[in-house]
Write a new protein. Sequence first.
Length: 367
Amino acid sequence: MIAQLEAEILAAIEAANDPAALEAVRVAALGKSGSISELLKSLGKMSPEERREQGPQINGLRDRVAGLIAEKKAALEAAELDAKLASERVDLTLPPPPRRRGSVHPTMQVMDEMIAVFAEMGFSVAEGPDIETDFNNFTALNFPEKHPAREMHDTFFLQEDAKGERKVLRTHTSPVQVRVMRATNEQLPAWIANGQEPPIRVIVPGRTFRKDSDQTHTPMFHQIEGLVIDKGIHMGHLKWTLETFIAKFFETDAVETRFRPHHFPFTEPSAEMDVRCDRSGGEVKIGQGSDWLEILGCGMVHPNVLRNCGLDPDVWQGFAFGAGVDRLGVLKYGMPDLRDMFASDVRWLEHYGFSAFAAPNPATGLS
């Protein structure tokens, strides 16, 4: 009986032509309910004489079958590997796959485009800290003591310092305008060459922070503000500057704008600037259609702001404006949700990101 069983198992091992078939043979012979396992279980019911005779034969059969199965498994795996190597040869003469390259974030691309446009109009770039004093962020800019923007629901306030002052994460980039106007020649940073004495013509790109989050607002966002201080400045200068910027930035000469009266504490008169656009087809096309789109806020610098910064409003006048960098990028490049700008989704960056090696933009001279 043992010899017959061994012949049957050996034939099954020989016939197994893949690892799955061989595993089935192993389970049928050596598994918990396998034929050899059942024989081993029967040893307990035998007499001592029978166990002495049958035991070595059954155990020898188990060892021989286990060894043959291991050999056949190794042979099958080697054959499978050889077949795989034969069918998946690598042509070493082919060039390697291209390395994944990073891209310029849309916010940085848009900011560079805006800076380039204003640079052509003679603006310098000014920068300042993200953490500001209450004076620079609010008081110097003519915000009344109880103005809603000072409340906790709009502003991120820090803990009081040793002097009892609570600094803030700046809610706009306008504090840098205050710093530029108040700076003395000795304290003047290297990024502005005109000194305290006007004329002043600067733009201020940077991060700002407000407690706001929806499809068109994020707690941290980017702004670019402009400030011009000189003698004889009026709204006509402001309108020309902004219309020239919009035409250059959106790469179209067909720009039609309108200025609606508004209120900002730091400008008087104040205005919101809209541009004519077409919203049909799920896109916003600047310079055509019959719709209007709010782009930015602007106005003449308030006399109180000039006084707070040490300038005589009877001598010096100026205008200021501010626009959201991220929002203008969304409009120009057709991005559906402002929050995606800050989601750190590599797939989104691969789709909307800009190559650092692309040909220069003919409108701005930037990549």
